[in-house]
Ligand binder design. Structure first.
Ligand SMILES: [Zn+2]
Length: 339
């Protein structure tokens, strides 16, 4: 057992190991990266390595502390999430009081703060005060998907580690190690590399459902059936920006992979590089319906959408651009909703 068994981010592992080896653990850290980059697993594993009874520079996974951390009952590791859309000031006040209590069992009291960017001005300032007056045996690990949304004064007090998505090879090796068969591991590794969070969290069934949904969306958009329903669904989801962006990015990812496969099948019907091989028959049908120039056009459009997502464009505009990519005609009569 140990930190080395986590997927990817070799550079970060070596930084964490050096902190442990030199017994020089920062008081507050920021793990920055998408959830697919596995920041939470790294934070929990690092906490285990600090608290482990058997090992000094890593965790054993079997001692009482490691085991209690796995069961989420260890008193000196707390994982905190915002109550509602943002952290409430009372949550931070409570945190502040708790932070001054001595650890009950562990070497340190560790707080993992999920979605640290979700602090409004009040809670961020309250948290800043906590960081300004460090307690002796406490440490904080802030997780964030969006480093830009953290107060500069908070960032300047934290050691920032930037996580990257695991590579396809790293993912495949990880799945093989978990006993997943080769073709499934190959499929999962491609999907995971595109940032599909369910993969890394092990929600394979959930991912299968999403894949089937994206295939259905592609079929409907191609046949121009139920386009209004797709639009309505996206429109409803777009009211909650964060969850919409998560869903939308994932769907655009999955659609891009489907389009990539259709492109490959256009070139070679027996291509061994098709990722969604379990849906080959359906993809062959789509291949008949979507001519190559259109496939290339759509792939390019999906890339542009990724760029637009990163640019923080309005969700309604994203939805409109998405639908427009596939079909021009249907958009006209619903366009008025978006003004
Ligand atoms: Zn242990």
């Amino acid at each position: 057992m140990g930190l080395n068994q986590l997927i990817g981010n070799k550079r970060i592992k070596s930084i964490l190991y050096s902190y442990l080896r030199n017994d020089n653990i920062p008081y507050s850290m920021i793990f920055s990266g998408s959830a697919a980059a596995n920041t939470l697993s790294f934070a929990v594993a690092f906490a285990k390595a600090i608290q482990c009874l058997d090992r000094d520079e890593d965790f054993c996974g079997a001692c009482r502390h490691c085991e209690e951390i796995d069961r989420e009952i260890f008193p000196d590791l707390k994982i905190i999430t915002p109550e509602g859309q943002f952290y409430k000031k009372e949550q931070i006040v409570f945190l502040k009081e708790d932070n001054y209590r001595r650890p009950l069992m562990g070497k340190k009291k560790i707080f993992i703060i999920k979605d640290a960017q979700k602090m409004n001005e009040n809670s961020a300032n309250a948290f800043l005060k906590v960081l300004e007056e460090p307690a002796e045996s406490t440490m904080f690990i802030l997780l964030t998907k969006n480093l830009n949304n953290l107060l500069p004064t908070i960032k300047s007090r934290c050691q920032i580690l930037n996580f990257t998505l695991p590579t396809q090879a790293e993912l495949k090796a990880f799945f093989l190690q978990k006993g997943i068969d080769d073709s499934q591991a190959e499929l999962m590794s491609y999907l995971g590399q595109s940032g599909i969070e369910d993969i890394i969290e092990g929600n394979f069934d959930e991912l299968m459902k999403k894949r089937q949904l994206s295939l259905k969306i592609l079929i409907n958009l191609t046949n121009k059936t139920d386009v209004d329903e797709i639009l309505l669904d996206l429109n409803t989801r777009s009211r909650s920006r964060d969850s919409f962006l998560e869903y939308f990015t994932e769907q655009v990812n999955l659609l891009s992979l489907l389009l990539r496969d259709i492109m490959l099948l256009h070139i070679d019907k027996e291509s061994e590089f098709v990722i969604n091989i379990d849906n080959k028959e359906t993809l062959m049908n789509l291949c008949e319906q979507i001519p190559m120039p259109k496939v290339l056009y759509l792939i390019q459009r999906m890339e542009l959408l990724f760029r637009d997502i990163k640019r923080n464009l309005n969700t309604k505009i994203l939805v409109l651009e998405f639908i427009k990519s596939y079909t021009m005609k249907e958009v006209n009569h619903v366009q008025s909703d978006y003004r």
